[in-house]
Design a protein around this ligand. Structure first.
Ligand code: GMT
Length: 377
């Protein structure tokens, strides 16, 4: 197949999934054209059959907000025509599904089929806003195929966007178990915890939905009880507040803010436990990557996280904001390394069995085949 993939290039789950999917599809022999306004962060090196197309944006003094959605539609139209794409896969509905639909309309019956993957806040937060909701609903209904990354997200889409349940196939996020691996080398443990302390880790885009200050609150309670280090990976609007809170609690010397990191697998294999206290999370790719790296996850009972984490078996689920409970769970693990290792092994097995690329990518390929075999929406 010849497949166009439209996604966000920035650090974040939807861009990561889109890029990793493109790379795996190319390994399976498909020709893949990734389209975005910048090079996606996980597309660092050359891969056979993978092409990147940067959306060309002409500026003009009249534009306070240059119309990216239109420029993307023109790029998709151009690429679909030149390379005779069978299908365009839009990751994150806004604006990718609408731009893909415009490109398809411009091409008439020769246009590619459109598959849209709903990732999370495109439905639960941004997509709900009155300024985006009608076009989000319209464009997802116009897609020839729809996937959601969890049962939770399918339910939200059905409830809030009145999309028929049977139109959405749930295909979860996935990992490459050879990349996210507990024994990954080189190991950075010595530099992250020079005193041999156990390591708690958090990876996110530091948006309010991630509740990064809860991570600091949890660590403050852990640190009051025992020695440990906290490694914070990523950057975003709440980083300053988190740094400030670490200073207020007097724990800043044991908290490392590393900033953005393109190869988080190098760090995750050093984690003894992973903290993700999000307010909402349609899937929680960062948690899955940590589990595949052998770290038990302490997270919130929110969104799609209970589909990923089995409480007490491969991690812990606590109510949103329950920093005491999360700290107790972290202490339970750090004080009993044998239990932590057993849970980490369970997390790794669960991640590999259910969410390996070898299992999930063929689900996308089967879905594409179904969409191409079906009639146009
Ligand atoms: O929704 C966002 O805030 C951004 C989006 C992203 O691009 O990172 O994250 C969502 O998509 C990921 C990949 O499918 C999921 O693992 C995340 O859970 C989801 N984020 C939220 O639902 C908050």
């Amino acid at each position: 197949m010849k497949i166009g993939i439209s996604c966000y290039p920035t650090y974040g789950g939807s861009g990561a999934v889109a890029t990793e999917l493109g790379l795996k599809l190319a390994e399976h022999g498909h020709e893949v054209h990734i389209v975005s306004y910048a090079l996606p962060f996980r597309l660092a090196s050359f891969h056979e059959r993978v092409f990147f197309h940067e959306v060309e944006m002409a500026d003009y003094p009249l534009f306070e907000y240059p119309p990216y959605s239109l420029a993307l539609a023109v790029s998709l139209h151009d690429i679909a025509t030149r390379y005779e794409l069978d299908l365009v896969h839009a990751h994150y509905a806004i604006p990718h599904a609408a731009s893909a639909w415009i490109a398809q309309e411009m091409m008439g019956s020769a246009g590619p089929r459109i598959v849209t993957t709903l990732h999370g806040t495109d439905i639960t937060l941004v997509g709900m806003q009155p300024s985006y909701k009608p076009i989000t609903r319209f464009s997802i209904l116009k897609s020839d195929g729809l996937t959601a990354v969890s049962e939770f997200l399918r339910g939200e889409t059905v409830t809030h966007f009145q999309v028929p349940d049977e139109r959405i196939r749930v295909i979860p996020n996935f990992i490459d178990p050879d990349v996210f691996h507990p024994d990954r080398q080189p190991c950075h443990r010595a530099s992250l915890a020079p005193g041999g302390e156990p390591i708690l880790m958090h990876v996110s885009n530091f948006r309010p939905v991630k509740r990064v200050t809860d991570v600091i609150e949890v660590f403050g309670r852990v640190r009051a009880a025992r020695r440990a280090r906290l490694v914070m990976v990523g950057d975003g609007p709440d980083r300053i507040r988190a740094e400030q809170r670490a200073r207020e609690l007097g724990i800043e010397s044991d908290v490392l803010f590393l900033g953005k990191h393109a190869t988080v697998e190098e760090l995750l294999s050093c984690a003894d436990a992973f903290l993700l206290p999000s307010e909402a999370e349609s899937f929680g790719l960062a948690a899955l990557e940590a589990m595949a790296s052998g770290a038990p996850v302490i997270t919130s009972r929110a969104g799609g996280l209970p589909e990923l984490v089995a409480d007490g078996e491969n991690g812990y689920l606590l109510d949103v904001g329950d920093v005491e409970g999360m700290a107790d769970a972290a202490l339970e693990l750090l004080d009993d390394p044998e239990r932590a290792r057993a849970m980490g092994r369970a997390a790794r097995s669960w991640a590999v069995e259910r969410y390996s690329a070898a299992r999930v990518v063929p689900e996308y390929e089967r879905f594409y085949a179904d969409v191409l075999a079906g009639s146009r929406t």
